[in-house]
Design a protein. Structure first.
Length: 355
């Protein structure tokens, strides 16, 4: 039974069992490739988490779809493939959206892929066209995610100095890589890992960096104000950078950034440029993702029967919006950028997509 929170009733409500059962019932034909079917179930169960991991997994699944693609008879050239393949991918994209809403990075990757399909050289044979797209997708993952994260970690590690106290929130792979790199380079510093329910993603980052020998402190987000006075820099990850310089990230990020601003602590955001978006958002109400409200309820908790309480509603937001004014610097594979430079990067990215 759905119990909608009034201000968020316009968002797709979390109905995992119902939505997946309906999707699987509708997909009894062959319009969904097994790899995409498997990916959708993993996304719905949050077995693949993080914009980079989700985007990479999606492109790998689509690569297998393309390699197994068989066009209609007498339509076996690159030109024919560019016309028919997009139609083949549409139901699979819809299926993934039904399993879990796509993040900005996944949407950008899909637009890029459609552009590559539309501009396939017409002289290519079917096998050559498949191989061409496969190599293009491998190159996208390597350049936009793997290499980008390496460069970002290098740039971010350069901002960590001896005796710094670095505060991080939840888990960002780019931030984690930067911390490990700085430690490997011999920089002496301490890390404060801030975490929050229900995902408790910071524990994974804590395990990784503490195992490497980095001095760590682990706190919950409600203790943020007590430790901020000793922090020298805040490093945050991002799900997306918007055209107005605002950041979409895991819920709680905005609180961390705004608290740091009050204490005049620099806030550095690590974000790959493929996550930059032309969208403009002023709040996290109009667009967001709702998680499972039951995740907020511990076992044997007094809220265990919250669905039976008439006026009781639980809200589990996945993302929030951090205003550009709370950010000091954006660290990308292109270097250090102010939040106001996001539109310039988007303009250059658009040129690349249309080539």
């Amino acid at each position: 039974m759905q119990k909608k929170v009034p201000w968020f009733s316009h968002l797709p409500q979390y109905e995992r069992e119902a939505s997946l059962s309906a999707q699987l019932a509708e997909r009894t034909d062959n319009d969904i490739h097994p790899e995409v079917l498997k990916l959708g179930l993993k996304l719905a169960d949050w077995l693949i988490v993080g914009g980079n991991a989700r985007t990479e997994a999606m492109l790998k699944a689509f690569s297998k779809v393309i390699m197994d693609y068989n066009p209609p008879k007498d339509h076996e050239t690159g030109a024919d493939m560019s016309r028919h393949l997009d139609t083949r991918l549409k139901p699979m994209i819809s299926y993934l959206v039904a399993c879990r809403p796509l993040c900005i990075g996944m949407g950008n990757a899909i637009r890029w892929l459609k552009g590559k399909i539309a501009h396939l050289p017409p002289t290519l044979s079917l096998d050559d066209a498949k191989q061409h797209l496969h190599e293009q997708m491998e190159g996208y993952v390597t350049e936009k995610i793997v290499f980008a994260d390496r460069i970002i970690s290098k740039h971010a590690a350069a901002k960590i100095n001896n005796n710094d106290v670095i505060l991080v929130y939840a888990r960002s792979m780019a931030v984690e890589a930067a911390i490990l790199r700085a430690h490997k380079e011999g920089t002496t510093f301490r890390v404060i890992v801030v975490d929050s329910r229900p995902k408790m993603e910071g524990k994974q980052l804590l395990d990784r960096v503490s195992a490497a020998g980095v001095a760590c402190t682990y706190i919950m987000i409600n203790s943020l104000s007590f430790v901020m006075k000793e922090v020298t820099k805040v490093f945050l990850g991002a799900s997306a950078m918007l055209a107005n310089g605002n950041v979409i990230s895991r819920v709680g990020t905005a609180s961390v950034a705004m608290m740091a601003r009050q204490y005049k602590v620099p806030v550095l955001v690590c974000c790959e440029t493929y996550k930059f978006s032309e969208k403009v958002m002023l709040d996290s109400i109009c667009n967001n993702e709702l998680g499972d409200p039951d995740e907020l309820v511990a076992s044997n908790n007094t809220l265990a029967d919250w669905r039976d309480v008439k006026d009781m509603k639980l809200l589990n937001l996945v993302y929030d919006l951090t205003p550009a004014e709370s950010l000091t610097l954006v660290i990308t594979e292109l270097g250090y950028l102010p939040p106001s430079s996001v539109p310039v990067v988007i303009r250059e990215y658009r040129k690349e997509v249309t080539l």
